[in-house]
Design a protein. Structure first.
Length: 94
């Protein structure tokens, strides 16, 4: 069965430690068909930047409003203390 256009959305959260210059803190949203959106975030520091979680909450709420639901999530499985990374897969509700 062929996948319908726009059924899957990927959301990747990457948060880098303060002082990190190579890795950006950002949310990357892939809608498929080479359509992506990037939202810049604050780097991690001693006090967690609350605006990061608020932006992520907004992205997830918007996807739910558009009829998507989370079907899986995964974190990076490295011992990299300079960054956190999470990937969510959303599918359009039928």
């Amino acid at each position: 069965m062929a996948q319908e256009k726009g059924e899957t959305v990927l959301v990747r959260l990457v948060e880098a430690q303060s002082g990190q210059t190579i890795i950006k803190s950002e949310i990357i949203i892939s809608y498929g068909n080479n359509k992506t959106e990037t939202i810049e975030l604050q780097h991690l520091k001693k006090d967690y930047p609350v605006e990061n979680i608020n932006k992520l909450n907004e992205v997830i709420n918007n996807l739910y409003t558009e009829g998507y639901e989370i079907v899986s999530a995964a974190t990076n499985n490295t011992n990299d203390i300079d960054r956190n990374s999470v990937l969510w897969v959303f599918r359009k509700k039928k």
